[in-house]
Ligand binder design. Structure first.
Ligand SMILES: [Zn+2]
Length: 395
């Protein structure tokens, strides 16, 4: 048994504990979180004392490991429609380079304290990296086509890819890319696969203004982008409601839903989601939003709406690093009302719940194997992260 103590321990399932003591077994399983004056507290000589805070490993609720080779390839602040064109045009690379980039990205995430990842895949490219990783992955096998005639072919490929992950004992579900890239027929196909590939559902949502414009009036930059790819909109009836109103009712009913980005989501949409279902998580990838659209969502409003917020890094195509801590710093720099305890809950337990991994990860509850991070150089009195705040993995 190892005993770790710090200025503050963030067990997450309960309030932070000043000078608490974490009892950990040799393999990293949490045995107990003790108050400093607990009758079961060990002899002081047995306690490893750390300056700063301890928290569970981070959960990255949204990444695209297979785009890791695109670090620095796409210019910043181009807006989503141009970004999509760049991804499509520049994502090809030789297999060896891709593989090396994925291995490095996986190692970077582990070093940065990330314990589990919700990872979007369009291919089985990430399979080997995930099999040999210490990180636990849920693979979201993403399908897209706005052309109803292509729904079956696209779904079949999704089933093939998800099957490969499943055969390798990796968790995988089939998910829609985004409202603007999935037809009603394809949504129905995705829902039909839920019993075979059970698990949470994710969907990119309202990342740019032109996404809602597409569903309200059938016009805008996104529609033009897809016309450029040959998508036929002649039979498309804009339904005069938001992208989310189009997508949400078509998602499978019995699985958690993770809405990704939500940069332009309005307050009434949080109420709409709440009225429809209670298992929806709102994932922010603030660094990526800043990279692509040079804006971040109104997270104060998310907080007011009591949304279940989790945090993702998105891919290295739209981020300079895969670090949840850097995401949290950016969030707090823009929205100081997010204090450290709140940020850490979003970065740990909320993400673990969203990915159905909270039995094992996301808090220091006894019996879990959540990873242990040492958070250094933080203003603990005021719950503020500094530019220089860093983490070191203990377990
Ligand atoms: Zn994404």
């Amino acid at each position: 048994m190892r005993f770790l103590s710090a200025d503050v321990i963030f067990p997450i399932y309960t309030e932070p504990i000043s000078n608490g003591i974490l009892a950990v077994s040799a393999n990293g399983t949490i045995n107990d979180v003790l108050l400093p004056d607990d009758v079961n507290a060990p002899e002081p000589s047995r306690v490893e004392r750390l300056e700063g805070a301890l928290c569970p490993g981070f959960i990255n609720a949204h990444c695209h490991l297979e785009l890791s080779h695109m670090k620095g390839v796409i210019a910043e602040n181009t807006g989503l429609p141009k970004f999509i064109i760049e991804i499509v045009n520049k994502r090809d690379e030789n297999a060896e380079m891709k593989m090396e980039a994925m291995r490095l990205a996986d190692a970077e995430m582990w070093r940065n304290g990330i314990q589990a990842v919700g990872d979007i895949c369009n291919t089985a490219d990430t399979l080997e990296t995930k099999q040999s990783s210490r990180i636990k992955y849920h693979s979201f096998v993403e399908v897209f086509s706005f052309d109803p005639a292509k729904a079956n072919v696209v779904l079949k490929e999704g089933i093939r890819v998800a099957g490969l992950y499943q055969q390798a004992d990796l968790r995988a579900s089939i998910v829609p890319h985004a409202p603007y890239s999935v037809s009603e027929q394809l949504f129905a196909g995705i829902a039909s696969q839920q019993s075979r590939f059970s698990g949470p559902i994710s969907i990119h949502n309202q990342e740019t203004e032109s996404e809602d414009e597409m569903f309200v009036s059938g016009t805008g930059a996104l529609v033009e982008t897809f016309k450029g790819f040959g998508v036929d909109f002649t039979n498309f009836n804009p339904q005069k409601r938001s992208a989310l109103h189009y997508a949400l009712p078509q998602l499978p009913k019995n699985e958690n839903v993770i809405l990704i980005h939500n940069t332009c989501s309005k307050p009434e949409e949080f109420d709409y989601v709440d009225s429809l279902r209670k298992d929806v998580f709102w994932c922010t990838c603030a660094q990526a939003n800043k990279y692509i659209e040079n804006r971040i969502p109104n997270l104060s409003m998310w907080l007011e709406k009591q949304a279940k917020i989790c945090v993702g890094t998105d891919s290295l195509a739209s981020n300079h690093q895969l670090s949840i801590l850097e995401e949290l710093k950016l969030i707090q720099a823009n929205y100081p009302e997010f204090k450290l305890a709140q940020l850490l809950k979003m970065a740990t337990l909320n993400g673990a719940k969203a990915l159905n991994m909270d039995k094992e990860k996301g808090s220091f509850l006894k019996g879990k194997l959540p990873g242990i991070l040492w958070l250094k150089n933080v203003n603990l009195n005021e719950g503020i992260l500094r530019e220089t705040s860093s983490i070191q993995r203990i377990v």
